[in-house]
Design a protein around this ligand. Structure first.
Ligand code: ZN
Length: 489
């Protein structure tokens, strides 16, 4: 079999995957900042690296997958300035910041489980690794690549760039960065506006703070991934992943921190998934197209025409290659829903097909073709297209228009199961009780349709009974020209 080839953002080319310590593989993916509900932007890296995690394990590697929880030091505007997002939420809702962290971490886990994303091997919190981050800052200071200023510590980008290259991952160069980076309020502490914070002295109103040799404060955002990656995966590890939006400044700064502290780069392969747009637009709270995963699952958002099962979302994301953009629309999601249903149906037909003496369709190459696609930088859309071809053959055999031998049937069952369920990570939601939100909504729709029928028959007793009982349960029923609409609560 061909080796697995992956695209390395650092070298800008596809490379054969060679782990540093096979069969062990170390993989680090930047996880969520837990101050709000998970949305599509969280689903894509989680599903992309879940696909990689599942496939590496299938290939026989022992994978240590670290995905962090960012719960300190992530500030608004940019990494160095503004208020901590978690602290702001805590202040607005009068909560202890760790209550915010706990609440959204649990909700994130719940959403990931619904998407059938396997939990990582280790899920470290930044707040639990302040000591390691302080240690990292001390090393960078000792090596002369950082300076202290009014209780904060900044990375000296210009000095670092004289000996190494700042911008190696993003392809940016320091002259352009200097032209486009303007000094913000409070940055007079920095020697240079492009320097980034390793440690920030906390303002009096800042709640999340820890003692350090420089001040009572908190680590710069980029420190956590360097410190925790090193702690759990060692000074050199295989894969570091995340969304493309993290290439600059986050991952660029991580590389600089690693080189400045230990003398060389920690990561062998940098991998980045592309972004998601909604109806062709970037997702954003101000654009009104910010849809959380829960809203997708319930259909409770003005832009959604229906609820979408978590597996529809997962399948839709996997229908695009992870380095391509994905545009969400109701039409595209409905197409994904139908496509997935076709594959699930074919898989269930497959169990009932009786073997024939010979095969009239070729199924031998299916497995090899699926592996070939996966090995080509995780080309999940091609795997899915092969599964659709197989579904056509299955349907033909079911309708008596094709035959499958016992050996081919077995091969087809194994390949279908392996790629659809184990590697792409789909699960049969109908078999698992269906999407409960969707079933719930459909049941209420059904009651209203019965009431509509009763009204048409002038059966006012039944019509009133349904309306009154639903109202008593907390539903608001609104009669419209087309029938009736309902809301809950
Ligand atoms: Zn990170």
């Amino acid at each position: 079999m061909d080796p697995l080839i992956i695209y390395n953002t650092l070298t800008r080319r596809k490379e054969p995957f060679k782990p540093l310590h096979a069969p062990h593989v170390g993989m680090y993916v930047c996880g969520p900042t837990v101050y709000g509900d998970a949305h599509l932007g969280h689903a894509r890296p989680a599903i992309t690296f879940d696909l990689l995690f599942r496939y590496l394990k299938h290939l026989g590697y022992k994978v240590r997958y670290v995905r962090n929880i960012t719960d300190v030091g992530h500030l608004e505007h940019d990494a160095d300035e503004g208020e901590d997002k978690i602290a702001k939420k805590a202040r607005l809702e009068q909560l202890e910041p760790m209550e915010v962290v706990q609440y959204y971490t649990l909700r994130y886990h719940h959403a990931m489980e619904a998407l059938n994303v396997l939990p990582p091997s280790i899920e470290p919190h930044a707040s639990g690794h302040i000591i390691e981050q302080i240690e990292l800052v001390k090393q960078i200071l000792a090596n002369g690549y950082a300076y202290e200023s009014q209780g904060s510590v900044y990375f000296d980008v210009e000095k670092y760039n004289k000996e190494h290259r700042y911008g190696i991952l993003s392809g940016r160069n320091i002259e352009d960065m200097l032209k486009t980076t303007r000094a913000l309020d409070g940055t007079e502490e920095k020697r240079n506006p492009i320097d980034f914070a390793l440690w920030k002295c906390a303002q009096p109103e800042h709640i999340m703070r820890w003692p350090s040799p420089w001040s009572n404060g908190f680590p710069g955002w980029h420190c956590e991934c360097t410190a925790m990656g090193r702690k759990y995966l060692g000074n050199h590890f295989d894969i570091h992943g995340g969304g493309m939006d993290l290439i600059f400044p986050h991952h660029e700064c991580e590389i600089a921190q690693a080189v400045a502290s230990q003398g060389d780069e920690m990561v062998h392969y940098w991998m980045h998934n592309n972004m998601i747009t909604i109806n062709g637009q970037k997702m954003g709270k101000s654009l009104g197209n910010f849809i959380t995963l829960d809203q997708f699952f319930t259909g409770d958002h003005a832009s959604l025409t229906q609820a979408y099962a978590p597996m529809t979302i997962r399948f839709f994301i996997l229908q695009a290659h992870y380095r391509s953009t994905v545009d969400f629309s109701n039409e595209a999601l409905q197409a994904a829903e139908k496509g997935l249903a076709r594959l699930m149906e074919a898989y269930s037909h497959l169990q009932k097909i009786q073997p024939a003496a010979t095969s009239s369709v070729a199924v031998k190459e299916l497995r090899a073709k699926c592996y070939e696609a996966m090995n080509d930088d995780l080309n999940s859309p091609i795997v899915i297209s092969h599964l659709f071809d197989a579904a056509r053959a299955i349907n033909a055999a079911k309708d008596g228009k094709a035959t499958l031998s016992a050996a081919d049937l077995q091969e087809l069952k194994e390949t279908f199961h392996l790629f659809l369920f184990e590697i792409l990570g789909m699960k049969d939601e109908a078999a698992a009780g269906g999407n409960s939100y969707e079933a719930f909504g459909k049941a209420v729709d059904l009651l209203l349709a019965i009431r509509q029928q009763a009204k048409a028959n002038k059966d006012w007793a039944t019509s009133d009974k349904i309306r009154n009982e639903l109202t008593a349960l907390g539903f608001k029923i609104k009669d419209t020209k087309e029938g009736a609409e309902w809301t809950l609560g």
